[in-house]
Ligand binder design. Structure first.
Ligand SMILES: [Zn+2]
Length: 99
């Protein structure tokens, strides 16, 4: 008699590396409902002003950088106008304006 102690679909392949996924850029709905590229970054030494709350993003804080996927003058121009947001402010801005 054969005992099925092995489950082929749980054989440990395709591990999800959440750190790596979190570091990758992704597309999200942003302020105004447009599509934005969003990337999670860590603030080194510079301080940025978050457009969501107009407060400073402190050094050492993990936050997001976002730029539009629908910029009139293309991806380079969009990237040049990227903004730094508090993670929470970004989520609030995207969620509040869509739908
Ligand atoms: Zn903020």
């Amino acid at each position: 008699m054969r005992r099925s102690t092995k489950r082929p679909y749980a054989a440990g392949h395709v591990p999800l590396d959440m750190d790596r996924i979190g570091a990758m850029a992704r597309s999200e709905a942003g302020p105004g409902g447009g599509s934005f590229t969003v990337r999670q970054v860590r603030n080194d030494a510079k301080s940025y002003t978050c457009p969501g709350c107009n407060h400073t993003i402190a050094a050492g804080l993990t936050h997001v950088v976002a730029w539009s996927n629908e910029h009139l003058f293309g991806a380079d121009a969009a990237l040049a106008e990227r903004r730094h947001w508090h993670s929470g402010c970004w989520r609030a801005a995207g969620r509040g304006r869509v739908g």
